[in-house]
Design a protein around this ligand. Structure first.
Ligand SMILES: [Mn+2]
Length: 342
């Protein structure tokens, strides 16, 4: 079985034939999600509009697609990412009938209408990122005491397997997040990543340090990995974190930014210290975790308003602008939706 993070695919869109390619994949995901005919039609239309918009307005870009599941309901998430000139007037562009590219102009408005969840970030000189999520059933109102996550995971160019992996376990009052970077890349790294995520899932009821200890033991027979586990406790307003090796983790809340501490080592082989740290968490906090496939020099202050956007859009923008491209890359983001972080 293909791990869920490896079911995410990235499509470069720079010529008309690419539109059908990504649509084939999203149609597959819609079928897997059990979408009815009209829901599947919506997915196809949203895919076509997003991909065509990239060609028309930015001349090229990427569409990142993944299957999503929440409370037993399946869905499809699309992110359209470009480094074009940005949209000057989003409200105007969302109105049906408006277009700057001389087309029918149903693009963005149609996407927003068809998607269950829609979000957009656009900035002159930096580009545009659009998120559209379509669900196969009623997901209900996203409550404010609930954690939403975003994830981008992509193998290094030339590899079919991804040596990174991630997981998210939503429990009653807690959310456990894991990000793992298997040593090197390819199948050996993928095996370590898969085993680590499975181990974290199995021990999710425990505290982060114990979860990491179990994963460390489980990875002994593998080539090892960098690994970090975060537990967001909504009732306690705290985040507990434990990491081994190079996984970057940051909590951003308003103007404050806090890097979370991981100790050096390789899970499965060498971990002199497995220590858990507790940090404050609040309804307006954002957690960003990433592997070393993403550069560390990002600064969200260069993106006015981005903190307020859906965590998927935040992960998408960081990936778009800071991917190294010579390694597997994973960006995992978490926050309470519908709550301003500014
Ligand atoms: Mn790596």
């Amino acid at each position: 079985m293909i791990p869920v993070w490896e079911r995410q695919k990235t499509f470069e869109i720079n010529e008309p034939s690419h539109v059908a390619q990504v649509r084939r994949f999203t149609s597959e995901l819609a079928e897997d999600a059990g979408f009815n005919e009209s829901q599947a039609g919506g997915v196809a239309l949203v895919t076509t509009e997003l991909a065509t918009n990239l060609l028309k307005h930015a001349s090229s870009g990427e569409i990142v697609v993944r299957p999503i599941v929440e409370r037993g309901i399946a869905g499809v998430e699309l992110l359209a990412l470009d480094k074009g000139s940005g949209i000057a007037n989003v409200a105007e562009s969302l109105r049906d009938g408006y277009s700057t590219a001389g087309s029918a102009g149903t693009g963005l408005g149609a996407i927003a209408r068809l998607a269950t969840e829609f979000d957009i970030q656009t900035q002159p000189g930096k580009g545009t990122a659009v998120m559209a999520r379509l669900w196969g059933g009623k997901i209900g109102e996203t409550s404010k005491d609930h954690i939403a996550i975003g994830a981008i995971c992509k193998p290094m160019p030339g590899e079919t397997r991804c040596g990174d992996g991630w997981g998210c376990e939503l429990l009653a009052d807690r959310c456990i997040l894991v990000l793992v970077d298997g040593l090197g890349h390819g199948t050996g790294a993928a095996a370590a990543a898969e085993l680590a995520v499975a181990s974290v899932r199995q021990h999710r009821a425990k505290a982060p340090a114990a979860i990491v200890q179990y994963a460390h033991d489980a990875l002994r027979a593998t080539r090892g990995a960098a690994l970090a586990v975060a537990e967001i406790d909504l009732a306690q307003q705290s985040l507990r974190f434990c990491g081994i090796g190079n996984i970057s983790a940051t909590i951003i809340s308003g103007d404050s930014l806090r890097h979370l501490v991981s100790y050096n080592g390789t899970a499965g082989h060498e971990a002199r210290k497995i220590v858990e740290f507790t940090y404050p968490w609040s309804a307006n906090a954002l957690l960003i975790m990433h592997s070393d496939g993403l550069m560390t020099r990002w600064n969200l202050q260069a993106y006015p308003g981005l903190l307020q956007r859906h965590p998927s859009l935040i992960a998408g923008v960081l990936y778009r602008d800071f991917v190294r491209g010579r390694d597997d890359v994973t960006v995992l983001t978490a926050k309470c939706p519908g709550v301003s972080t500014e």
